[in-house]
Design a protein around this ligand. Sequence first.
Ligand code: ZN
Length: 143
Amino acid sequence: MAAEEKPYLTGRTYIFRMKKGEDLLAAIVDFCHDNQIKCGVINAIGAVQNATMGYYNQKKKKYDKHVLDEELEIASLMGNVSIMDNRPMVHAHITLSDDEGGIIGGHLMSGTKIFACEIFIQELVGNPKVRKKDKATKLPLWM
Ligand code: ZN
């Protein structure tokens, strides 16, 4: 931990079932906006009807999009909430498994439709992390 980092306190804790058919990322973002969650950690398990993930191409400095039109398990979703452009921003990665137990994963993008999903969101109270475009990576990173 960097010397200037201050510890966070745990705030509100949410655990709930997400609606079938909703866009997974958009639904998480909406929940955080509606509840003004500015900083926190997210995890979820469940299943999706299809998936859209990104892979950040470090040479091109842009996301390659990976669209999977198949029914998959959410073996794991991990993410966080912080602030970008004065609004809560969700950054999440997802690990998906297929009918043979094969695993694929990446940066969660909109275009991932929920079949069933149990989500846990832990708000953290303190100075929210703020994202700004990082020159070296061209990614919106925590300052
Ligand atoms: Zn990512």
